[in-house]
Design a binder for this molecule. Structure first.
Ligand code: GLY
Length: 253
């Protein structure tokens, strides 16, 4: 169960965020409203949500998941692989020290973005992507071992982050699509396949028994509901325009 979340609302600079999506420019005010509704959804799932101030100097900083890995035993500050995002870690040690006695930090030449890390109990799958390199993953795995946790790598070919294509819904169950479906690493899980035309919805999040699913993906919502999970749909269309999804918008712990 999670008890807390950290979020960072978008700044006006959001419109300059990194993207490959080709869905047009995000609308700032709409994004702020969607972010507030997202916070309400997390609160409805029982989380105490700490809302940090926007960082105008960093257009992608609302995707706060990428700057840290929060485990039950330690926090690890990452080192984002996108050069424009590296400065987003500024101030994170001070923020995390309010919640964690043990804080580690990835060092150069390692790069890691939290969107590449999938927590499954005490094991952490780390996607090797354009943003997370082998050295960064190695450092994270070493830190995890110090806290009796474990990690392993998953090479990625197509998706931005590992969690672009997969979500852990507890009970040995994953929602997944695309290249993830054929990965041997996940063959022992029950997989709820997300239809290819709804691949964006593979980035859903389990929060204390409820699954938050992006609004507008009815087949995926239906599949997850049929598997027995209550679903809460949250509209994050403005963040989708920047390749961001539900998981990217919070650190849940
Ligand atoms: N726009 C989010 C990212 O590319 O990291």
């Amino acid at each position: 169960m999670f008890t807390r979340a950290l979020v960072r609302p978008p700044g006006r600079s959001l419109v300059e965020g990194l993207t490959t999506a080709n869905l047009g420019e995000p609308k700032y005010h709409k994004a702020v409203d969607q972010h507030a509704a997202y916070v309400e959804a997390l609160q409805a799932c029982g989380l105490d949500v700490c809302v940090l101030p926007p960082l105008e100097d960093f257009p992608d900083s609302c995707f706060i998941e990428d700057v840290a890995l929060l485990t039950p035993r330690c926090a690890i500050i990452t080192r984002p692989g996108a050069p424009s995002r590296m400065g987003e870690i500024g101030g994170m040690r001070e923020i995390l020290s309010q919640y964690y006695a043990a804080i580690e930090q990835v060092q150069a030449p390692g790069t890691v973005e939290g969107g590449d890390i999938l927590m499954v109990g005490s094991h952490f799958y780390i996607g090797l992507s354009a943003r997370t390199n082998l050295e960064g993953a190695r450092q994270v795995i070493e830190f995890l071992k110090d806290y009796d946790l474990s990690g392993s790598t998953v090479p990625l070919q197509e998706i931005l982050h590992l969690k672009t294509g997969i979500a852990y819904l507890e009970e040995n169950t994953l929602a997944a699509c695309g290249e993830i479906l054929s990965r041997e690493e996940f063959s022992s899980f029950t997989i709820l396949p997300v239809p290819e035309e709804e691949s964006y919805a593979a980035n859903c999040i389990w929060v204390n028994g409820t699954v938050l699913v992006p609004a507008g993906f009815p087949r995926t919502s239906g599949i997850i509901q049929k598997a027995g999970y209550p679903v809460l749909e949250v509209d994050v269309s403005e963040f989708r325009k920047l390749d961001g999804g539900l998981s990217c918008l919070s650190l849940r712990f």
